[in-house]
Design a protein around this ligand. Sequence first.
Ligand code: FE2
Ligand code: FE2
Length: 287
Amino acid sequence: MDLLTLAIVGDVHLRWGPEDVRFFDSSEYDRVLFVGDLGGYRHSQTVALCRSIATMTKTSLVVPGNHDGPSLGALAGEVAGKPRLVRALSRGQSQRMEAIAHALGPVEVGGYSRHRIADGLDLIVGRPHSMGGPTMAFAPFLAKRFGVRSMEDSAQRLRGLVDDSDADRLLFLAHNGPTGLGDRRGDPWGCDFRDEEGDQGDPDLREALDHAREQGKQVLAVIAGHMHHGLRGGGLRTWQETHDGTLYVNAARVPRVFAQAGRTLRHHVALDVDAHGCRAREVLVPS
Ligand SMILES: [Fe+2]
Ligand SMILES: [Fe+2]
């Protein structure tokens, strides 16, 4: 018997409308999880989109992505690997996150947080605003908002969330997936923007998953996005894989709304969770 059925919305990047609100509100899903990157490059557009998501009556939760809150300059600093630039341009991120949370209204904003979503089943939300890889993106904001000052700090915080849970079963939600799923460009969180490819997963999330298993928890699924399905240079990323009884889902089909054979289709992933594991399937809703 299913414990619950979840809708996973991958990187939205402004592709959202009243059709989505109507669809999810009339759906059978127990809740809707957003993996982040709701916005694009303008904060005002992100806030407007959050106000639309807030009109949903379906219980939902968002983990902020690297496009949700940081300034354009700080984002550029992270892409360029210039931490001093990120520090200089990180002012205002707290206020922008407050505006996003306010606009989202009843929608929960997760990040270093634990949520009881069914009997004996907790959802642990990882580090917000991740851009993947060994560098902790937007470190000045994470230090100020969460007191997390390094990747090791972050891993420790996530392990603590596991320790605080009395649930036997866990789901993890993060903006970017963990390391360990492969180092080729087409792997679920493999790097497609460097010639040498590599594993672009989050090492702190991997530590939390390993820790959960060591504590005897059953990790049913890890849900994330960020590394878009369409690869630079062509091809598509593997978006789901099972390892050691855990289902890994990368829901970042971007754009999530697209035209095909004369129809407009709106993407999300349906995740059925039962006592033994999870099954994921892509859903394309015509509009
Ligand atoms: Fe994205
Ligand atoms: Fe992202």
